[in-house]
Write a protein that binds this ligand. Sequence first.
Ligand SMILES: [Zn+2]
Length: 140
Amino acid sequence: MKEGINIYVRLSGYSNQTIGEVRLQAWDRHERIKRGLKTLGTFWGLALVAILIPGLHFVLVPTLLIAGPFAAWRTSQQHSIILGGQGTCPDCSAPFQIAQASAHWPLTDLCSQCSRTIKIEPISANSTVETDSKTEAQGK
Ligand SMILES: [Zn+2]
């Protein structure tokens, strides 16, 4: 799961703009269902292990069994994610690490050097819009 595509992003500060790069991971319908089932398996697997923990199993087992389907549903609804990236802070020119986040453009992040908010948006919108429309067309 180290794939993803590189896309260029524009980092906008108060006065300047710089170019950076992020890795975007997108999942089609089939992959989303698979990820959801994997999450469900993890939660229910942990519930099985929790049976062995004295005392705590009264709370952990039902919690994990109930939370599993919710977490699986949430995971299956996630179309794409920003795995991370880097650029240069437009305000103080320090190297800037873009943290992992869900792909809701524009992203905002804080520079660790100058503590200013940086707006991050894709430069070529084609590559990101394409992945969303493709999944709709597949249907049944
Ligand atoms: Zn900065």
